[in-house]
Design a protein around this ligand. Structure first.
Ligand code: GAP
Length: 488
């Protein structure tokens, strides 16, 4: 029976085994930024690979994209991020710590990634009985104020034409901005999707819980374009598809749930939104968002049509977005450049969009937490990660039992052969029991040991991680054996 995992156990295993390190640790660390070590980078790569396989490779109706992080500033004006992507914060007058107002108001139920500025109705008086999470002072908050979440940067060396850009806070807008390009350069027909995996950046007020909420993170997003009127059906479809993806990769059903957003929680553009939540082991063992699935209607494509009409005004005021008013929607917007013409139905419309948006770092944390286990084996505690085979950073460990009698040579041969197909690890140092334990902690599903019997009959011991069962397999059958077992 799996032990209830504490976050500290995961953090310490991640550091000990080289999954995740604090960024810039040798300089004291950089808050809320993390680096993936040798095992972590393989794990995250496998999660992204599994997402891409399910969302692009196995689909006839989805194509991929990789957009630049820096985009034209009007993108963020049109999307609403330049004006509205902010959290409402209040500062503690005693210790100067800033806290999100929604976290103060609703500390135990911290669900949203960011809150709408509609919360601006909240005043300092409403925070009279609220406790500063940093110093414990009660009711010492300033009037709430908006805090913009996008990181700014300057592009260009010349003062005259340098301009302020943003690091993207979501990958989605790059997809909308390329909607026309994809339509014109491929044979896609609605319904179809465009998928992208990439880094996003948010100057979060509250970062927390290891890699759960960071300022630099990776998202995997699908924008699925469909005919208005079919959006409810596709929304239901993607909810189930995305929930099943996590289950099929081994997350335990009892730790995963869907939570529909209440009407007042919905973003201004969304017709519906559901969070896939995971029972993370922090706070009170709270359910927290792993992925959001939203019906974004035709909001984004319409907004970008407005943005395109506003381009000339931007050239005049270049750089100062705050002075630019987005042009009104043209009366004929339905036939605008981001509209779609359905050949068969002889109909033109702006497609609706269903968006499953997943966090890759948050997924990595959920898969780590869910896979972590401790058990007693012959009076000793065995720590292990019961990763799904597709996610395991190393698929096969290869060991010679001892460093003599030709065993290392045979081990190297096996390793050289298998590593063409799977991520493998060769280890000849220390007692074999300890080598098994190290691979258990790395989540390696199989280990191969070359021993005395190998010299006599050309078989090796294959030991399985979860059951610790050992069987003998002929060396010339190993590749076939792992191809069948690992199915990757
Ligand atoms: N395009 C929609 C969008 O960005 P979101 O709910 O803000 O929606 C989607 O983000 C997912 O991205 C979240 O469910 C979460 O997994 C991940 N995410 C968002 N902010 C994050 C942060 N600061 N750190 C880590 N992951 C984050």
């Amino acid at each position: 029976m799996a032990k209830i995992t504490k976050l500290e156990d995961i953090v310490s295993l991640c550091k000990r085994r080289g999954f995740i390190f604090q960024s810039s640790e040798i300089y004291g660390g950089l808050a809320s930024c993390y680096d993936y070590g040798p095992l972590g980078v393989e794990l995250k790569h496998n999660i992204k690979k599994a997402w891409w396989k399910a969302m692009v490779q196995m689909r006839n109706d989805i194509v991929g994209l990789d957009c630049s992080i820096l985009m034209h500033p009007l993108v963020w004006k049109a999307s609403g991020h330049a004006d509205k992507f902010a959290d409402l914060i209040a500062e503690c007058k005693k210790c100067n710590t800033r806290t999100r107002v929604d976290h103060l108001a609703n500390h135990a139920e911290e669900h949203t990634e960011h809150v709408s500025l509609d919360l601006a109705k909240v005043t300092a008086a409403d925070l009279n009985n609220k406790v500063c999470p940093n110093c414990g002072a009660v009711g010492k908050f300033t009037e709430p104020m908006p805090f913009k979440l996008m990181f700014e940067t300057q592009m260009g060396a010349n003062v005259d034409d340098s301009m302020t850009l943003y690091l993207r806070p979501e990958t989605a807008q790059g997809i909308f901005a390329n909607f026309r390009n994809v339509l014109d350069s491929t044979r896609v027909k609605i319904p179809f999707g465009i998928a992208q995996i990439g880094k996003s950046f948010r100057n979060e007020v509250t970062t927390k819980a290891f890699i759960f909420r960071t300022r630099e993170f990776e998202q995997a997003e699908l924008e699925f374009f469909c005919e208005p009127g079919t959006d409810d059906k596709w929304y239901e479809y993607w909810k189930q598809h995305r929930f099943d993806w996590y289950i099929n990769l081994g997350l335990k059903k009892e730790n995963l749930r869907m939570r529909d957003h209440a009407k007042d929680e919905l973003a201004h553009y969304a017709k519906g939104c559901v969070d896939i939540e995971y029972k993370f082991p922090f706070g009170s063992g709270d359910w927290q968002e792993l992925e959001g699935i939203a019906n974004r209607t035709d909001y984004d494509l319409r907004q970008h049509q407005r943005g395109m009409r506003t381009l000339n005004a931007w050239f005049e005021n270049k750089g100062d977005l705050s002075k630019i008013q987005l042009k009104e929607e043209a009366e004929d917007y339905l036939t605008g450049p981001l509209s779609y013409f359905d050949d068969e139905k002889k109909k033109r419309y702006i497609p609706y969009v269903i968006e499953p948006s997943a966090g890759m770092d948050r997924s990595a944390l959920a898969f780590l937490v869910d896979a972590y286990d401790e058990e007693e084996v012959r009076g000793e505690t065995r720590n292990l990660l019961r990763f799904n085979h597709a996610l395991a950073p190393i698929k096969v460990g290869v060991f010679p039992l001892v460093k003599k009698d030709g065993m290392p040579e045979i081990g190297h041969n096996i390793h050289d052969n298998l590593k063409k197909y799977f991520t493998c690890f060769y280890d000849e140092k220390g007692a074999v029991g300890r080598r098994y334990r190290r691979q258990d902690e790395a989540g390696t599903p199989f280990c191969v040991t070359v021993d005395g019997q190998t010299l006599a009959d050309k078989t090796v011991t294959v030991r399985e991680r979860d059951s610790m069962e050992q069987i003998r397999v002929a060396t010339n059958q190993l590749l076939q054996f792992f191809r069948e077992k690992l199915d990757v």
